[in-house]
Ligand binder design. Sequence first.
Ligand SMILES: [Zn+2]
Length: 189
Amino acid sequence: MGNADSTRWNDHVKARTVEQCMQLEITVFTERDLLRGPLTGGTLTLGTDLRLGVVIDTTGEHERLLGLQWQVTDLLGTTQTFEQWIVLTYVRPTRGTAAWRFQCPSWRGDESCGRRAAKLYLPSGDRTFACRQCWGLVYRSSQASGTYQASYRRMVGQAKEAGIALADAGLDLDAKDGAKALRDLVEGR
Ligand SMILES: [Zn+2]
């Protein structure tokens, strides 16, 4: 799926993180027992301001059909309405407990993803909910490599010993540039 919103980061495309997305969790429906029926509808708010109109068709035996509708107003004040239908399946694993799962509704060409997921994601600026794999999302904590994290921790330790106030240095420590600047700073003293 598109990654036009990904930002460049030291010549690597920095993957979007799950934290940057609206997250639709299956528990929203199961905890309120909304999948048992009869036909339910209502509104659901995700994050601070994404209001979803929701319809659930509960007539299927092992499946439910979830209809979502929402509106997004862009910076120019233009409002667009989006709609998406998502199938929910009751999964009975050979081990573990049975549970409801979304079937990822994403399409690539003629093939649908169909992965069973407990969460679907809507990246900011995009118009469909899909699974983490379809959007290529990573968790923020996994974005830095192990090596980078180890050297980063070592440098932070050195900086503390050297009495460098990081806030004063104005470093963005989440970026590799920040780590390099920190290294220069520590080694330069
Ligand atoms: Zn998917």
